[in-house]
Write a protein that binds this ligand. Structure first.
Ligand code: PMP
Ligand code: GLU
Length: 404
């Protein structure tokens, strides 16, 4: 009865929406744990490290100093100044403080931008595999996601020609992350230069460059597409504190954008959530202006785990393993297992495979289908070395017990 009322009453918008697959799998893992199974969760993209002590201390000080009130909607001036400084120092991007908007997580930043720029039917070219929420945020605001796919043989990176082929007269935005969630791939300067050269021909098409994994980069220097002069005015750079500073629960993200876009995002946010938490913003400013050594230590730990996970995963039958240059995800192609059976049930796709691993190995991963890559699974290796070893051993055992 309640379900009938719900389906009659809920908006089409929410009925058409999918639940976030990353959060859903994390919840399912917790459910299995609550039933008494010893589940290792490699599903959620969340550093296992605690927020560095100096940042927590800064938040406590801010509370004691009375930072308990509303802040300006676009963020405390002190934080926006720190972000301007950070953009210059780390990315060679020049912004004024009135081009910065601080939000409750980079997720809200992306939502604000889509809400600000998209009318129903407007297209967003999304580099695929993509982070789950890109697709659903675009749909939620009435936009049309246009995924452009690159498989493992291209290190999951789309090229400039593919981007150009996807552009139509309805295209409003191009959206990607580098380092990429879910693949860990990092676009090089040359690759981005080619993409920028194409996009500069379409000045009404704006670029959302999601750089939230910037500090978790194991190779070349991070490159922001906004540094290419030809697309500077078209680019919105998104970043946040969740990954590089292990601050997922603080809910703090930000953008640097042309002022008219920043103003529009502020207008939306002013009616929806207002500014982010005051003492959190104070601590975030402190984080950006402090020594980044703790961030670099976390990056090095992730790099060691990446090497471990690759070497162990390459020994699991039927796993085609990529070699990510950043973030903390591995994105193996597991399609060789499709059609095999476990306990009489056929594993037909990546959803089945992820469920099979949860049931048989008690390891939670996320199905690649949610990221636009139905031949793959995403493994978050933001876990201890011991857990990673144990998880991969269990995966190997479960896979070897499948029947052809
Ligand atoms: N972009 C990407 C690529 C992500 O993986 C995430 C997940 N944290 C976000 C944005 C959102 O980050 P936040 O937690 O700051 O909302
Ligand atoms: N971004 C992380 C992930 O991809 C956290 C969960 C989420 O926000 O979707 O797992």
């Amino acid at each position: 009865m309640t379900n009938e009322i719900a389906s009659r009453t809920l908006s089409q918008r929410v009925l058409n929406m999918k639940e976030s697959a990353t959060l859903q799998m994390a919840a399912l893992g917790r459910e299995f744990k609550a039933k008494g199974y010893d589940v290792i969760s490699l599903s959620l993209g969340e550093p296992d490290f605690d927020t560095p002590v100096h940042i927590k201390e800064a938040a406590k000080r801010a509370l004691d100093e009375g930072y308990t009130k509303y802040t300006p909607v676009n963020g405390l001036p002190e934080l926006r100044e720190a972000i301007v400084h950070k953009f210059k120092r780390d990315n060679n991007l020049t912004f004024d403080t009135n081009q910065i908007v601080v939000s409750n997580g980079a997720k809200q930043s992306i939502y604000n931008i889509c809400m600000a720029l998209l009318d129903p039917g407007d297209e967003v070219v999304i580099f695929s595999p993509y982070w789950v929420s890109y697709h659903d945020i675009v749909s939620l605001v009435g936009g049309v996601p246009v995924p452009v796919y690159a498989g493992i043989e291209k290190d999951y990176k789309v090229d400039a020609q593919q981007v150009e082929e996807a552009i139509t007269d309805r295209t409003k935005l191009v959206l990607y992350s580098s380092p990429c969630n879910p693949t860990g791939s990092v676009y090089s300067r040359d690759e981005l230069a080619e993409i920028a050269a194409v996009l500069s021909k379409y000045p009404d098409v704006h670029i959302i460059s999601d750089e939230i994994y910037e500090y978790i980069n194991f190779g070349d220097q991070h490159v922001s597409i906004g540094t290419f002069e030809a697309v500077r005015e078209q680019t919105i750079t998104v970043n946040g504190f969740a990954k590089g500073f292990a601050m997922t629960g603080w809910r703090l993200g930000y953008i640097g954008a042309p002022k008219w876009i920043a103003d529009a995002c502020t207008k939306i946010q002013g009616q929806v959530t207002s500014g982010a938490s005051s003492f959190g913003q104070k601590a975030a400013a402190y984080a950006l202006m402090s020594d980044l050594a703790p961030t670099h230590e976390m990056r090095n730990a992730f790099m060691n785990r990446r090497d471990l996970v690759i070497s162990l995963m390459e020994q699991v039958p039927g796993f085609r393993v990529n070699h990510p240059k950043g973030a903390f995800y591995l994105f193996p192609d597991i399609s060789q297992h499709f059609g095999k059976q476990s306990r009489g049930e056929v594993i037909a796709n990546s959803d089945d495979f992820a469920m099979f691993l949860l049931r048989e190995a008690h390891v939670a991963v996320v199905s690649g289908a949610a990221f636009g890559a139905p031949n793959c699974i995403r493994i978050s290796y933001a876990s201890s070395e011991a857990e990673l070893r144990e998880a991969i051993e269990r995966i190997g055992k479960a896979v070897r017990l499948m029947n052809d």
